[in-house]
Design a protein around this ligand. Structure first.
Ligand code: CTP
Length: 404
């Protein structure tokens, strides 16, 4: 999935012949799953029609401070537009628009919005080769880069003037590739390897029966999806569940029993930077697994159980640099029990669920958790969707790496 998926993109189009290419650009953004709004300078409408861009972007196109044809003259709020965007791209950026971006000469909606933007701003220059090389253009590029704007360099090739050289706006496909590479390189968990456990485990009694629990696996899958979204390389060791991951780059290792989960985790833990144990692992399993289906005979029947290995504690015992997060599900003395688990399992952070909290626990869409760190700092959180809890947990991971 493209990193542009779900991103809100504000495309500023200025008046050069390359404006015709913005039709393809908008199509590619939409295909990548982005939401697009377009602002056009008055001159750009000579090169591509607002109708084309509004049809492709599925949104009205903005080009003046208010809509002249509208009797009520609704004001186009440039501040709102700018704050809406996750990123702004000015393409083509003509010499005229570039110079206005440098000086802040705010005589159109595009520049007013640019000046209000707090999001990353990219610009893709387009002009004739001598204009592109002119010292005034070059000093403009330097100034804009100093402002923190990101330049998508022009390409070499045939120009509208008939001359050939540098100055053509980058091709739409190349603009998309540039943006994707730039955004990916800036993801907060880029280069981090995260091991996550999810779901229940099933402990066989005989070939058809098992001991299991009601864990749906949702919390672990939400963590895996969000971690991948933030750029991490994710290995998800999942017990039996119907959930599917959203991103193909997540490596899913399907397991059934606690022993299989233990072995899979130990296979990947060494290379991991972070491990999050969200699985509801069975604490006990039948001591002997019957090879054939157990027939009903006597009125009473009992199964001897033995302890499974505590996966999280075993990881805590061998951890080196890994940031280790565990979950605790408690029904009484929650905080004290959770603190004991931090010590016993050598954790960096524990995510405590209390079954006393309505909306928390198994088979729920929501969760109410309390974070407790190694220094026993207790941080109760609001009742939230499990997706939002996953975001909160991964924010803890991000802060850990930013403090290193
Ligand atoms: N866990 C694990 N392996 C086990 C049991 C638990 O990795 N065999 C992990 C869970 O994934 C969770 C954490 O340990 O992150 C806490 O599990 P929990 O069942 O709440 O606590 P236990 O340590 O099993 O203790 P108890 O059941 O006695 O409360």
């Amino acid at each position: 999935m493209s990193v542009l998926n779900g991103k809100k993109i504000l495309l500023g189009v200025s008046g050069g012949i390359a404006a015709y290419k913005t039709a393809s650009l908008v199509r590619l953004f939409i295909k990548a799953g982005a939401h697009v709004q377009v602002i056009m300078t008055p001159a750009s409408k000579d090169f591509v029609t607002p109708l084309t861009l509004s049809t492709l972007s599925k949104n009205p196109v903005h080009s003046s401070f208010f809509n002249q044809e509208d009797q009520d003259a609704v004001w186009n709020n440039h501040v709102e537009l700018a704050l809406w965007a996750d990123l702004m791209l000015i393409a083509p950026a003509t010499a005229n628009t570039l110079s206005k971006m440098v000086t802040g000469n705010c005589d159109n909606l595009l520049i007013a919005t640019y000046l209000s933007a707090k999001c990353p701003v990219y610009f893709a220059p387009a002009m004739d080769l001598d204009m592109y090389k002119h010292p005034s253009t070059l000093s403009g590029f330097t100034a804009l880069k100093q402002f923190g704007n990101i330049m998508i360099p022009a390409e070499n090739g045939e120009l509208a003037s008939g001359l050939s050289g540098e100055g053509r706006m980058a091709e739409p496909e190349n603009i998309i590739a540039f943006l994707e590479a730039d955004l990916e390189s800036k993801l907060p968990l880029k280069g981090k390897k995260i091991l996550i456990t999810a779901g229940p485990t099933y402990e066989a009694i005989d070939p058809v029966r098992f001991i299991g629990n009601h864990s749906s696996g949702k919390m672990g899958f939400d963590l895996a999806n969000e971690a991948a979204n933030l750029g991490a390389e994710v290995v998800l060791v999942a017990g039996p569940t119907h959930y599917k991951v959203k991103y193909s780059q997540i490596q899913v290792v399907n397991v059934v029993s606690a022993q299989e989960m233990y072995e899979a985790c130990h296979l990947y833990f060494d290379h991991a930077d972070v491990a999050i144990a969200a699985a509801a692992v069975a604490d006990y399993r039948p001591k002997v697994v019957a090879l054939q289906k157990i027939k009903k005979a006597s009125d009473e029947f009992s199964i001897e159980l033995e302890k499974t290995k505590d996966i999280l504690a075993s990881l805590g015992a061998i951890k080196k640099k890994q940031f280790l997060i565990g979950f605790a599900l408690e029904t009484e003395n929650e905080i004290e029990n959770a603190k004991l688990k931090i010590q016993k399992k050598n954790l960096d952070l524990i995510v405590l669920n209390s079954l006393q909290d309505e909306g928390a626990g198994f088979k729920k869409e929501t969760n109410k958790v309390t974070f407790i760190d190694q220094k026993f700092k207790v941080e109760p959180m609001e009742l939230k969707s499990k997706e939002s809890v996953a975001v909160d947990i991964l924010n803890k991971v991000i802060s850990h790496f930013s403090e290193l």
